[in-house]
Design a protein around this ligand. Structure first.
Ligand SMILES: Nc1ncnc2c1ncn2[C@@H]1O[C@H](COP(=O)(O)OP(=O)(O)O)[C@@H](O)[C@H]1O
Ligand SMILES: [Mg+2]
Length: 301
């Protein structure tokens, strides 16, 4: 499934002398500072219309965000932001550090201050405005799960017990145990470790546990922030394979943020480039991968 962007123009401007805070994916020695990326992307034509956003979701959105202004405290981070994703589609957000990518996932899940705008789920004509639901309600009533990462597994608890924690909102503890069995039946790697403390898992297994724990509530929509971060390359591929299976075999809708823009765009049906809290570009993952500007600024080429 690897689609390689071809004929990328070499990067003439950026050099090693530039600030070392930008994109460096290891394959080339091109570094561009975040400030340069922001400046350059702002120069690109940035007339992303709602029609473009709708068309990428085949004019049949499952989750949509309309004219969202949101942030933290009184600070507005997202300005008039729109997003649409179809049922069973995957969407990847890329963009420089601090652009507001995580803030979009936080807003969908209910972790930000929303000043105006709407977040809606359209379940085959049954519309539900979820803008002001709490995170627990998002998970229980709207079928949205946010995959917690990093230090979110309980190292002293067994793998199985960690999975049960994913069902903390269920009415009966037995329901969580039943759901955990389903997950364990699917992932042998976890089943083999079910009675081991989660603290002994490898980085890749821990990420798998984090994803699996989010599956306990049988969500329709998965919010995934930088699934590849901190993982060795072989585990990165494993994580993307798991996400691919969840989308294509289980019909999950996936909204992801990925700093590894190449991996993210190769994976996703739809890609958005976010800069300074606004959409700079949208397209299919493939289109963005082939775009010379995206290649130069985000794919290190
Ligand atoms: N909890 C928070 N409180 C206040 N400001 C925050 C918080 N989280 C992020 N920000 C700010 O919001 C902006 C966007 O951050 P973020 O969404 O994390 O960017 P990205 O994920 O694209 O790197 C940044 O300026 C960041 O400093
Ligand atoms: Mg982020």
């Amino acid at each position: 499934m690897t689609k390689k962007p071809e004929d990328r123009s070499p990067n003439e401007k950026a050099s090693k002398e530039d600030a070392a805070t930008g994109y460096h994916l290891g394959s080339v020695d091109t570094l561009i500072s975040v400030e340069d990326v922001v400046r350059e992307v702002e120069k690109m034509s940035s007339d992303v219309s709602k029609d473009d956003v709708a068309a990428l979701a085949h004019n049949d959105p499952f989750l949509r965000i309309d004219n969202l202004k949101a942030g933290y405290g009184k600070m507005e981070i997202l300005h008039d932001f729109n997003l649409q994703v179809g049922r069973g589609q995957s969407l990847c957000l890329i963009g420089p550090n601090g652009a507001g990518k995580s803030t979009i996932l936080h807003s969908i899940y209910g972790f930000t201050n929303i000043f105006s705008g709407d977040i809606t789920i359209d379940n085959e004509g049954n519309k539900q405005n979820i803008t002001s639901l709490s995170p627990n309600e998002k998970l229980k009533k709207a079928g949205i799960a946010y995959i917690l990462q990093d230090k979110s597994v309980f190292p002293g608890m067994t793998v199985e017990e960690n999975l049960w924690m994913g069902g903390f909102l269920m009415d009966k503890p037995d329901d969580a145990k039943e759901a955990a069995e389903k997950v364990l039946a699917k992932y042998n790697r976890l089943a083999a470790r079910r009675n081991n403390p989660a603290g002994i898992l490898s980085g890749g297994e821990r990420r798998l546990l984090e994803i699996s724990r989010a599956l306990i509530m049988e969500p329709d929509i998965l919010l995934v922030d930088e699934p590849s971060i901190g993982l060795e390359p072989r585990f990165i591929d494993m994580v993307f394979e798991i996400l691919d299976d969840l989308q294509n075999a289980e019909g999950k809708t996936i909204i992801m943020v990925e700093q590894n823009a190449k991996k993210g765009l190769e994976f996703a049906d739809v890609g958005y480039v976010l800069v300074s809290g606004e959409l700079a570009m949208v397209g299919s993952g493939e289109e963005l991968l082939q775009d010379p500007e995206v290649g130069r600024l985000f794919l290190g080429g």
